[in-house]
Design a protein around this ligand. Structure first.
Ligand SMILES: [Mn+2]
Length: 467
């Protein structure tokens, strides 16, 4: 009987010890269930997993938890403003043990939480942005009126400018709403958050954050373009781009601002190219699009009047005609849309406009590495302008656009391809044909467009910074 009793007690002890190994018995005896550890996990959470975590915490540092030496007086917190308290907590959040101690103090403080004084706005000023508050600019970049000559002496390294224009479209409109949608989708950028960049550890892109690079990135807002006359609207955009180009840049080797334009339908690219051409001379254009957009106005638009001849499918014809393009150094990427007059369109594209062509399926045929190698060889060291029609993406990734074509690029393929162009002399770019009214309610097209802008920013900064 005695043996049986000993066996039962031993069994209980063993099973207890096996499940909870606290290391030091006295601490175990002193352990209070209402201790700090419970204040982390809460009394509501009593899962097997949370019990295990408690055991681990006890093993690691129960001594400190029971006899905390925090080094500061928790009551000090009561005299601080709310923002000072947050800063204080973050400042001592450097080591694991200090984190635990600060958390303990914070939990105690929380029990005594008082709302800030009604006149205390220290945590809601512009210096303390969150993801949703404040005025929306691209990636929270600062804004000033870039078109007003009184600001001409202000530095701009990279300008973001909106071009709300969609009366050059042939099918679904709505791109005039795009600059606002792209900015909205960029609210998670620029607060110390930056996407993973570059293709591998050898990439310089993988080491930079454009938003923390001391580049002066300014969101100039939208050029006010009249919705009633395309000729005047496009001229307004040209003068807007030109006035941005008048500013000085400190970071760019050419001392000229680089501009990223948020379209608008694709017609707007002609005005961005016109202003860039006046600063840099002939431009090598990399044109990401499912359509060629070099259509002869006689083929697309009819050529009956000048007004109808310039549209979102003919603007590259006009860029060539005006001499803005470095012929032979330009290329289409992602083509797959039907031609209108196949032989004529392709001859005109090559012979008159000077473009080379890569189809969407070339991604599968010879891959992104080979494609980027060829594109870099085509543009050489010329000033490059990248124009991205969001319809280069497959409609499953970008439904909110004017003229969808199936069989397009994945968003990842486009971003990989853009980053693989690291090292080109990118002086300007745009993202066009985003039509928010046709986007999904998840706004995936606007988000993809935002990512393109972010990639262009990376390419612009990476050639101008020392690492
Ligand atoms: Mn296009």
């Amino acid at each position: 009987m005695l043996l049986l009793l000993i066996a039962i007690v031993s069994k209980l002890t063993l099973s207890y010890c096996a499940s909870v190994d606290y290391g030091q018995a006295p601490l175990l005896l002193e352990y209070d269930e209402k201790s700090f550890i419970d204040s982390i996990y809460g009394e509501l959470v009593e899962s097997e997993e949370s019990k295990k975590h408690k055991e681990i915490l006890l093993r690691e540092g129960v001594k400190q938890f029971k006899y905390p030496d925090t080094g500061y007086d928790v009551t000090q917190l009561e005299s601080m403003s709310f923002q000072e308290t947050v800063n204080f907590m973050q400042s001592i959040d450097t080591q694991q043990m200090m984190r635990r101690k600060s958390h303990e103090a914070y939990m105690k403080y929380q029990l005594k939480l008082k709302l800030p004084h009604p006149d205390d706005t220290s945590d809601i000023t512009d210096d303390n942005p969150n993801l949703f508050g404040g005025i929306v600019t691209f990636a929270r970049a600062p804004h000033f009126d870039c078109f007003n000559p009184i600001n001409d002496d202000k530095t701009i390294d990279i300008a973001i400018v909106g071009s709300p224009f969609d009366t050059g479209t042939s099918f679904r409109p709505g791109a005039r709403m795009s600059p606002e949608a792209i900015r909205s989708a960029s609210r998670r950028l620029g607060l110390g958050l930056t996407p993973v960049r570059g293709n591998g550890p050898d990439s310089k892109l993988s080491k930079i954050d454009p938003y923390k690079s001391n580049f002066t990135i300014i969101d100039c807002g939208d050029v006010p373009m009249t919705p009633f006359d395309n000729r005047i609207a496009l001229n307004q955009l040209y003068r807007g781009e030109r006035s941005i180009h008048k500013h000085k840049s400190k970071k760019n080797s050419k001392k000229i601002p680089k501009i990223i334009t948020l379209g608008g339908d694709h017609t707007i690219t002609l005005m961005a190219l016109k202003s860039a051409y006046e600063k840099y001379g002939e431009i090598a254009v990399l044109h990401f699009d499912s359509h060629i957009d070099t259509w002869d106005p006689k083929v697309l638009g009819g050529g009956i009047s000048d007004y109808m001849s310039l549209n979102h499918g003919t603007f590259l014809h006009y860029a060539a005609e005006q001499g803005y393009l470095a012929k032979g150094s330009c290329s289409h990427v992602g083509l797959r849309a039907p031609y209108i007059n196949a032989n004529y369109d392709q001859d005109h594209d090559e012979a008159f406009c000077g473009f080379k062509k890569f189809s969407a399926r070339d991604i599968d045929n010879f891959g992104i590495k080979e494609l980027s190698k060829r594109l870099k060889a085509i543009v050489g060291d010329k000033p490059v302008y990248i124009t991205v029609d969001i319809d280069v993406l497959d409609p499953s990734y970008a439904p909110g656009t004017g003229t969808m074509e199936i069989g397009g690029l994945l968003t990842r393929e486009l971003l990989t391809l853009l980053d693989s162009l690291e090292g080109i002399n990118l002086i300007g770019g745009d993202i066009v044909e985003v039509s928010p009214p046709y986007d999904s309610n998840s706004e995936i097209t606007s988000l993809a467009a935002t990512s393109v802008v972010d990639s262009l920013l990376g390419l612009m900064v990476v050639t101008e910074v020392e690492i």
